[in-house]
Design a binder for this molecule. Sequence first.
Ligand code: MN
Length: 292
Amino acid sequence: MKIIPLRQADLGEGFQVARALPTKDQRMVGPWCFLDRIGPVALTGGAGMHVAAHPHTCLQTFTWVMEGSILHRDSLGTEQVIHPGQVNLMTAGHGISHTEDTLPGTGNLHAAQLWIALPPEHADMPPRFDHYPRLAQWHQGRQGHLRVTLLAGRFGSEQAPTYVLSPLVGMDITAQDTDDDTLALNPLFEYGVLPLAGDIQVNDAMVSTDQFAYLPAGSQKLTLSLQRKARCLIIGGEPFPNPISMWWNFVGHTRAAVEQAQADWVAHHERFGSVPRAQHRLQAPPIPWIHR
Ligand code: MN
């Protein structure tokens, strides 16, 4: 098991998030190629999270909200508020653009945003958007105090409805009281554990909220110990068969695909459409492997 420190990243307008993926130590966990923990943060005096219109390709954005409400708008015309306990899943495929804004009056914001890379055969699929207002929940743990929400994929006999295109899993575990449990893992999967609240014991290691634990494929089980009110996100999947290129908001299976996406965004190409009523559009920074 590897313990990786989170890094601070800026979403724009000085809004800080903690980034677990990618880091120089770990690029992906299965097809999961990006993981930000947003907050917990108190939004006061009109401050909020406001991400102007920006494009994506060859990935799915996966948003899981614990506190606060976020309005998603995209170039398909979707307008969807996401509340705690819900998942928004945007499949970019060949191209989409979107905005994300916290609603006025949102007191505290705590969320996770992840990206799932699309496999080559689906890289250029048409974009789509899915919202999941309710997900399967159950209790487990030695004392039955761990509330599990299955966010994506399969765990045990449960299957999430979430639309995904690779073998993977995502789940939230919340300790309603101090408890521990041993989870059976899929040995074909690699896994990551991100504490969302409280320090979590993962196997024999304490993992704090500024760290991320990575378990390579081949593990049969995982022991978790959570104090009352502690919470974590677990992601897993089969190691992605091919390396991906990632730059800014683009994923591609070749650098050429990412370069084309960037050129098309700069040229206002129709593949990214436009987000109704969006007033600002993010500028793509120069691609580092070209401009050095
Ligand atoms: Mn986005």
